[in-house]
Write a protein that binds this ligand. Structure first.
Ligand code: 5AD
Ligand code: SF4
Length: 439
């Protein structure tokens, strides 16, 4: 008689890399007889894959854990684990603050999760926040072979050596490490066999990629060109990039690699040179603007995306205006903006904070401008013909939804299935999506 599968519920917070990590953890626990479920009720194991980037994200973990108290009371065998960047940053503190937690695992130790689970089942509070020598991905079981949706993430690089003064990533994810080309290629080919047609290459600093290619070291552009030769893989994207690592080859790839999509997330954080310096970004506003010009010269229709922080310590109204001026000049198609959040252990956390009401006001002004630009970029698609990869059925009968080359959601009424890649004429721009018709 075979045992019924145990139920694993994973809740994922934060960035796309956590989404990828959660998938890989589910696969690893699959080997231990666990099957992933979509609700915590009745689960045998709950894993929170957490984010530490801003205070709000980190605090959510504790309120979520509190909600599991009745579940644990009803099922003493329920195992509760905390993974991800909060696990790395707070470690044992989590076990002290929330006794419900049975295991804590940092982002570089996921390949040890099955062993940790066994220890926790034995009644121990299990904790692993090491930065082991071996790379977790090369020690995690390979992905199983069921059909998948048409898009997937693939982590190629992790960690960061840039040490921006506000950011916890270099501490929670560790030093920059790149996976070897052969492993990435094998994983990509496996994904394509499972029905994936678009892969987004992930890394905290993805364009710092420098992976081993049989004795040579390849940069991200070389990796992308090699992946572009994989039959059946139609679209490649990557995120997140640092302006200082946008080398000539990668800029050129945006012009000459057809499978590389015309969308680039290139955070600048601020438009003030004084603040950029205090943030330890290693470039000026002018250098960033010139870089965007070069990227647009290679791929004129590229849609630029970015991240901004307002209210960074000592940011004045004049500094903020420089950010607004940079945004006006770059014209973004998509943007993410945040109020500065002091993170323990980072250099900026020691500096005087901007008045919170002032920071709120700046955030509102910046977001209003970014929203206008986003809408303008989306409206400008009307009348154009773009590629759309169908992802799922739409809400209306006969309708499907997909993503355009520029990453806009596009609705169409057509007899299409997920995975179909079609040419579509955009006919309409709604608040959060486009509508189009097959050409
Ligand atoms: N406060 C606010 N925003 C932050 N980010 C990173 N650290 C902080 C912080 N301490 C933002 C940056 C980064 C994005 C992922 O999150 O804009 O690019
Ligand atoms: Fe954080 Fe990105 Fe700066 Fe690295 S480059 S420290 S991940 S904001």
């Amino acid at each position: 008689m075979t045992e019924a599968p145990k139920k694993l519920y994973i809740k994922t917070y934060g960035c796309q890399m956590n989404v990828y990590d959660s998938e890989r953890m589910a696969e690893a626990m699959g080997g231990q007889g666990y099957e992933q479920v979509s609700s915590p009720e009745g689960a045998d194991m709950i894993l929170l894959n957490t984010c530490h980037i801003r205070e709000k994200a980190a605090e959510k973990v504790y309120s979520e854990l509190g909600r599991y108290k009745p579940l644990k009371a009803a099922n003493p065998n329920l195992m509760i684990g905390v993974a991800g960047c909060v696990a790395q940053a707070e470690g044992e503190e989590i076990l002290r603050r929330q006794p419900l937690v049975d295991l804590v695992v940092g982002p570089q130790s996921y390949h040890r999760l099955p062993a940790l689970e066994a220890r926790a089942r034995g009644g121990e509070k299990a904790l692993d926040t090491d930065f082991p020598e071996e790379m977790k991905f090369e020690h995690l079981p390979t992905r199983p072979k069921p059909r998948r949706g048409p898009t997937a993430f693939l982590t190629v690089q992790e960690g960061c050596d840039k040490f921006c003064a506000f950011c916890v990533v270099p501490y929670t994810r560790g030093a920059e490490v790149s996976r070897p080309v052969s492993r990435i290629l094998k994983e990509a080919e496996g994904l394509v066999e499972q029905g994936v047609r678009e892969i987004t290459l992930l890394g905290q600093n993805v364009n710092a990629y420098h992976g081993d290619a049989g004795g040579e070291t390849w940069g991200l552009a070389q990796l992308i060109r090699r992946l572009a030769a994989v039959d059946g893989l139609d679209r490649i994207r990557f995120t997140t990039s640092h302006p200082r690592d946008m080398d000539d080859d990668l800029i050129a790839a945006h012009g000459d690699c057809e499978k590389l999509m015309p969308y680039l997330h290139l955070p600048v954080q601020s438009g003030s040179d004084r603040i950029l310096k205090r943030m330890n970004r290693g470039h000026t506003a002018e250098e960033y603007i010139r870089l965007v010009e070069r990227i647009r010269a290679a791929r004129p229709d590229i849609l630029m995306s970015g991240d901004f922080i307002v209210g960074f310590p000592e940011e004045t109204e004049e500094d903020f205006r420089a950010t607004m001026a940079l945004v006006e000049e770059v014209r973004y198609g998509q943007c993410f903006s945040f109020k500065y959040s002091a993170r323990p252990g980072t250099p900026a956390a020691e500096r005087p904070m901007v008045d919170p009401a002032e920071a709120d006001d700046r955030l509102q002004r910046l977001q209003a401008l970014l929203t206008r630009q986003q809408k303008a970029a989306q409206d400008a698609m009307v009348g154009r013909t773009v590629g759309v990869l169908v992802e799922k059925p739409g809400r209306l009968p006969g309708q499907v939804v997909g993503k355009s080359d520029h990453l806009h959601a596009v609705h169409m009424t057509a007899a299409l299935a997920p995975g179909d890649l079609v040419r579509v004429r955009i006919t309409e721009s709604a608040p959060n999506s486009l509508a189009g018709a097959l050409v």
